[in-house]
Design a binder for this molecule. Structure first.
Ligand code: 13P
Length: 249
């Protein structure tokens, strides 16, 4: 049975004081017998703060991106080893905002995932189609291409060491959510793609949904058989909303 993972992607939001409040509210509000895994991904400058505030709790923290390089003269980049040094357990790669605004290719995303795995971190590999791609019937082709770029670089045994996040671009930050069935169909397709590599691994990989997930729609989405959690943007910045999604899992 796959565990549910509820992950918050804070994107470029926060500050020392706001983070302290948000994390202390999340810590205080989590149930004693937590049934799911919980992750927060603050901006890189705040990972050490997250480590300080979350170190002894069940809440994991992670990065929002990582360099394709291991180290060296790459100004502004953050390596997988640095994320590991900050105690990160996970890092997001291939978020559509990075693909769209920073021109990241699926090949680069795959190299980033490999860097993370080498450093002992779990990559959260984001895939998702634009509205135009969905309307022209290309959803499966697009997400398969994005996922397979990563799978192609992995040994079979490493496949269960990744998390996949399906985030339809048209649902991110727009208030439009994929219906549970629309999301389930793509999640099922993604799991089938993984099973072409290994049926056993496909059963183990957590596939998260992201795109305007909120307390009002989380329960229905998370009830779908191939939806194993959420990657939450806006609602992860409000402790009550994030806690309500955790409670819905
Ligand atoms: P929203 O929840 O704000 O739509 O963002 C989703 C997302 O991009 C998470 O990575």
């Amino acid at each position: 049975m796959r565990r549910t993972l509820i992950a918050g992607n804070w994107k470029m939001n926060g500050g020392f004081s706001a983070n302290r409040s948000l994390l202390s509210e999340i810590k205080a509000g989590l149930p004693a017998s937590l049934q799911c895994d919980v992750l927060v991904c603050p901006p890189a400058p705040y990972l050490a703060q997250a480590a300080d505030l979350l170190g002894t709790t069940v809440v994991a923290w992670g990065g929002q991106d990582v360099s394709v390089h291991a180290q060296g003269a790459f100004t502004g980049e953050v390596s997988a080893a640095m994320l590991a040094d900050c105690g990160c357990k996970y890092a997001i790669v291939g978020h559509s905002e990075r693909r769209a605004y920073h021109g990241e290719s699926s090949e680069q995303v795959a190299q980033k995932a490999v860097q993370l795995l080498k450093a002992g971190l779990i990559p959260v590999v984001c895939v998702g189609e634009t509205l135009e791609q969905r309307e022209s019937g290309q959803t499966n082709e697009v997400v398969a291409g994005q996922l397979n770029a990563v799978l192609d670089l992995l040994e079979v045994s490493a496949v269960a060491g990744i998390v996949v996040a399906y985030e339809p671009v048209w649902a991110i930050g727009t208030g439009k959510t994929a219906t549970p069935q629309m999301a389930q169909d793509v999640h099922h397709f993604l799991r089938q793609q993984i099973s072409l590599k290994s049926a056993d691994m496909a059963e183990k990989v957590q596939i998260l949904y992201g795109g305007s997930m909120k307390p009002e729609n989380a329960r229905e989405l998370l009830a779908m058989p191939d939806i194993d959690g959420g990657l939450i943007g806006g609602a992860a910045l409000k402790s009550q909303d994030f806690l309500a999604i955790v409670a819905a899992s």
